[in-house]
Write a protein that binds this ligand. Structure first.
Ligand code: 87F
Length: 522
């Protein structure tokens, strides 16, 4: 790795662009650690968001820090969330006749630089292999930051006639971008996992349709799986992928620090890459044409957004749809209780739930108390806890406790599956509803520059009428530059409020063309 940077930095997620000095002033913000168990968080989400995030991802056993800054170990608890989303997305794209493939991790310098415009701005982030053992490589080799330049020479080779189209490939892989600003687990890391889709069509109409079909899948990942509301929209010329024609995205919002976050992108590349890589085909009439291309991706960033949106002061809160255990069953034997009976009831509960397709697990460890287990599984965000003690055994019932709102109910054993399923569905819906309430409460519609600046200082997600001029966006960035980062456009929502004739741009005073979301962002 040419960058040779191995120093350990303590990452944070405050999104304030600098390290927050955690509790330097005497720990007034610290909550007392539960010393007896070692469980519990020392930082609170509302008071010290960045430190809280760093603590949650580690204490919930999602990640472990690594000795290379910006690189993180994804532990099974994180990987299982990724896999659940992967199973969904992979099946959906297969229904669309998109096929999986795998291209190499390494890129030769010639190929990487072929599409200059696209690589230029990103060049500082490309990591290079320069040595093998002690000897310098004759030609250094780049590590893929994305795979356009890796794949498209072969698209040129494989596509000859209209019968070779559409060509629709996807790969699940890792990419490396040697970021220098504020690394944050899941949100901005130097290596991350994603899927990247790269498709080629005979017509623009087909490409346009696919851009939106994929974007809808991304919306579903966020809203249906992660219980996070997103806005679908189009990126400005300034914020789009420079190598493409236009970029669409799903945008989420973190109310605690007032930052927007791009959740996933679906680009129409137009014919830019086709020109560069000579991806041509002959149509039915024997005429030559250039393909229309798309590319699209979502990454492990999804998991970070989920932690930020739903987590609380007890730790992670997992939406049931992505929880690897949806139910944790904990035996609560008292001194003289029928311990074997209780353990058997726990095992039977897991068995019944599992047979019904509910992901359940019992914690039979005998070196931890029930209280410790409660805290442990709360920290890990398991949606539903089932406790079984002597009274429950006697009454043929179990006690269920929700992670999202701590509500407790007794469920008769005969109605176990039905009621647990109903509670899980309620938790999923409740998490989405609360996240949407908070997001919506953060939206502020403004019409003037003064209102814009006021809303920005209150960490709002700002909806403003805009003239859609690139120079004006650059000006907004320049005028809002400061300690905690400049404001930029997030997207112009597809779902546009009415824009009455004569509405003027909040920043330039020129006629407004569209409503656009603005804010600070990750
Ligand atoms: C970093 C280094 C080199 C982003 C980079 O969004 C190149 C790039 O091209 C780069 N960071 N990008 C843009 C990626 C565009 C596009 N690629 C396929 C996607 C979706 C998946």
């Amino acid at each position: 790795m040419a960058s040779g940077e191995g120093k350990k930095s303590k990452d944070n997620a405050s999104g304030e662009g600098k390290k927050s000095k955690a509790n330097a002033s005497g720990g007034a913000k610290k909550k007392e650690v539960k010393r007896e168990t070692g469980l519990g968080l020392t930082n609170s989400k509302d008071e010290n968001f960045g430190e809280w995030y760093s603590e949650v991802v580690v204490n919930a056993e999602l990640i472990e820090y690594y000795d290379i800054s910006g690189c993180y170990i994804l532990r099974p608890w994180a990987m299982s969330i990724w896999e659940i989303m992967q199973v969904f997305f992979d099946a959906e794209i297969k229904k669309m006749n998109i096929q999986n493939c795998y291209f190499p991790l390494f890129v030769s310098p010639g190929v990487l630089q072929k599409e200059k415009d696209h690589v230029e701005g990103f060049a500082p982030e490309v990591a290079w292999v320069t040595k093998s053992g002690e000897s310098e490589l004759e030609v250094p080799i780049a590590i893929r930051p994305t795979s356009e330049t890796v794949m498209y020479p072969y698209y040129s080779k494989w596509i000859r006639g209209h019968r070779d189209l559409p060509l629709k490939l996807n790969q699940w892989c890792n990419v490396v971008r040697w970021e220098f600003s504020n690394p944050t687990p899941f949100i901005r890391s130097r290596e991350f996992l994603w899927q990247e889709g790269h498709t080629a069509f005979a017509t623009k109409a087909e490409a346009d349709a696919e851009v939106l079909d994929i974007l809808e899948l991304y919306r579903r990942i966020y809203e249906e799986f992660l219980a996070i509301p997103v806005v679908k929209g189009r990126k400005s010329e300034h914020e789009k992928f420079a190598g493409g024609l236009y970029t669409t995205s799903v945008e989420a919002f973190i109310p605690n620090n007032g930052r927007g976050i791009q959740g996933a992108t679906s680009h129409c590349l137009g014919q830019n890459f086709a020109k560069m890589f000579e991806i041509n085909f002959e149509n039915e009439k024997g005429e030559k044409g250039m393909v229309w291309q798309n590319s699209w991706a979502y990454s492990t960033r999804t998991i970070g957004v989920m932690v930020m949106v739903h987590g609380d002061d007890k730790g992670l809160v997992l939406p049931p749809k992505v929880a690897s255990y949806q139910v944790i069953v904990i035996p609560v034997p008292y001194k003289d209780a029928d311990t074997k009976g209780i353990f058997d009831a726990c095992a039977a509960t897991v068995d019944t739930l599992s047979k019904a397709g509910i992901r359940a697990k019992a914690d039979f460890r005998d070196n931890y108390s029930p209280g410790w287990k409660y805290s442990h599984w709360e920290m890990k965000g398991v949606p539903l806890r089932i406790e079984i003690g002597p009274k429950d055994l006697a009454n043929s019932q179990v006690r269920a406790v929700r992670r999202d709102n701590s509500a407790k109910i007794d469920i008769p054993s005969a109605k176990l599956v039905e009621q647990v399923q109903e509670m899980l569905d309620n938790i999923q819906q409740n998490l989405f509803d609360i996240a949407k309430q908070k997001r919506d409460a953060s939206v502020e519609t403004v019409r003037t520059w003064d209102e814009f600046v006021g809303a920005l200082s209150q960490r709002k997600l700002i909806l403003a009428p805009w003239c859609d001029e690139e120079e004006v966006e650059k000006d907004v960035k320049a005028r809002t530059k400061g300690e905690i980062g400049a404001a930029k456009s997030l997207c112009s929502p597809f779902d546009q409020p009415e824009l009455p004739e004569g509405t003027i741009c909040f920043a330039s005073g020129k006629p407004a063309k569209k409503w656009t979301y603005w804010g600070r962002s990750y």
